[in-house]
Ligand binder design. Structure first.
Ligand code: AMO
Length: 429
């Protein structure tokens, strides 16, 4: 007779009480008494206790099975308050699919060790839950953009000139040419708005960042829209609505995961548009009143951002930055060319999670900016074309997916927000 193969979570949800069924998964824990072997078995959905009795023909297999062996188990579901999750499976048949060697991860291993065996640590319940929430957050992001009429596009990863400044570019040999890995899809998305008006992508960005902080990766996933005929106010409203949507959806749809990860969801529930907005100048004054010594025109680092975010205790915007600390493509305020229409969204503990703004849409201004910054016009010729042929006012932003998750899930370090983190020191496994 063919057995019903089910997900463990469905067993725990009480869907199969007293039913005979099959589960497939891996041995998570094992404990033996004289008459019974208790196996905790995990699959993608959950962990269930399975018991093998001494008089069962599977006893020998159960004796032999090791932690992390893959198995297939047939048995009957019993309701038992003593079992974790309230249900257990009385095993009738146990087959070992892959007998595991001694598993290197045991209790109380150092963070460093777990990072070195990341390919195995991904099996932990914690990483399983984080990856599930990550997947859901991605879905909500796509849903929101689609709902708002944005077309998803696929930008290139190989690029020939910098978007965000040369110091964080990863160079690579491309046949006999020098190319780079993309830092941001922005410039290519800008080209696409002349066809599609509202576009977005979720794609990797690469940064040769030497910073070793809780918020820096060298490869991260970047959520980037670009939007024709829109202004700064449209941009900030869009961003706050997007973030509210993501937070509320996650609280609702990932309840179990958030509980198991002991996430403080109150901060997500409380996210509500409109977000506070302060100018760079106001932010500087706030910081200096707290004892910082920022001169107007200096950029904020992690410490400054964290201090500002403490004041608000929730997401907020800083906008209208000095021109000299922002990229060549930022549009200046026409009545104050020392300032650019650029805005960062900051959250507590992490600081900046997104940067966006209006793009310089005037060709002559753009040329002046490139020259001033010592960038070669010929490297950006195609980009300048976008201002030659039917230029339009437009805005866009870049949101770091892993920074967002680090904040949402109270992660201690951004590296847990991505399965295989790349940092200055870490590129294995
Ligand atoms: P920016 O360089 O500020 O702006 O990057 C946008 C967002 O990307 C995330 N981010 C990172 N995440 C993890 N590790 C890193 N090393 C890292 N660097 C950046 C942050 C950041 O806010 N094109 C512009 C944005 C725009 O104006 O559209 C850009 O890339 O969350």
């Amino acid at each position: 007779m063919l057995m019903l193969v089910v997900a463990i979570q469905d067993v725990l949800d009480g869907k199969y009480e007293e039913k005979s069924l099959t589960i497939r998964g891996w041995i998570y824990r094992k404990r033996e008494s004289k008459q019974t072997i208790f196996l905790l078995v995990r699959d993608a959905s959950g962990v269930v206790q399975c018991t093998v009795k001494r008089d069962n023909p599977s006893w020998t297999q159960a004796k032999k099975v090791t932690i992390e062996s893959s198995v297939m188990l047939e048995g009957t579901v019993k309701h038992d308050e003593r079992a974790p999750g309230g249900y257990e499976i009385a095993v009738e048949n146990l087959s070992i699919i892959g007998l595991a060697e001694v598993f290197p991860i045991t209790e109380y291993k150092s963070e460093e060790f777990l990072r070195n065996v990341r390919h195995l640590w991904l099996r932990s319940r914690r990483m399983n839950l984080i990856m599930k929430v990550r997947s859901e957050v991605l879905r909500f992001i796509h849903d929101f953009f689609k709902k708002e009429g944005f077309v998803e596009v696929s930008p290139p990863m190989f690029i020939s000139s910098a978007c965000e400044g040369g110091s964080t570019l990863f160079g690579l040999k491309y046949f006999d040419k020098q190319l780079y890995l993309t830092q941001s899809a922005q410039l290519h998305l800008e080209a696409l708005i002349y066809s599609l008006e509202k576009v977005y992508c979720v794609a990797p960005s690469f940064r040769a960042e030497k910073s070793r902080t809780i918020r820096h990766l060298t490869e991260y996933w970047h959520v980037e829209p670009e939007w024709a005929f829109a202004d700064m106010d449209d941009l900030m409203r869009f961003e706050e609505n997007l973030l509210s949507y993501i937070c509320h959806k996650t609280v609702k749809n990932c309840k179990k995961e958030m509980e198991s990860l002991t996430v403080d969801i109150s901060k997500l529930v409380a996210v509500e548009a409109p977000f506070p907005r302060i100018t760079y100048t106001e932010a500087t004054e706030r910081l200096n009143s707290k004892g910082f010594k920022i001169k107007w025109g200096e950029d904020f680092g992690y410490d400054e951002e964290k201090a500002l975010a403490e004041d608000f205790g929730k997401p907020f915007f800083v906008y209208a930055y000095p021109r000299q600390i922002k990229a060549f493509y930022c549009k200046t305020y026409r009545d104050n060319p020392d300032l650019v229409m650029s805005t960062d969204m900051l959250v507590p503990r992490i600081g900046e999670i997104s940067t966006g703004g209006a793009r310089e849409d005037d060709k002559e201004e753009l040329l002046r900016r490139l020259k001033k910054l010592g960038l070669r016009e010929e490297d950006y010729d195609w980009y300048i074309d976008l201002r030659r042929y039917g230029t339009v006012p437009h805005v866009g932003f870049g949101l770091g997916l892993e920074r967002l998750l680090t904040w949402m899930l109270d992660l201690e370090n951004i590296i847990d927000a991505i399965p295989f983190p790349r940092t200055i020191r870490r590129f294995y496994p």
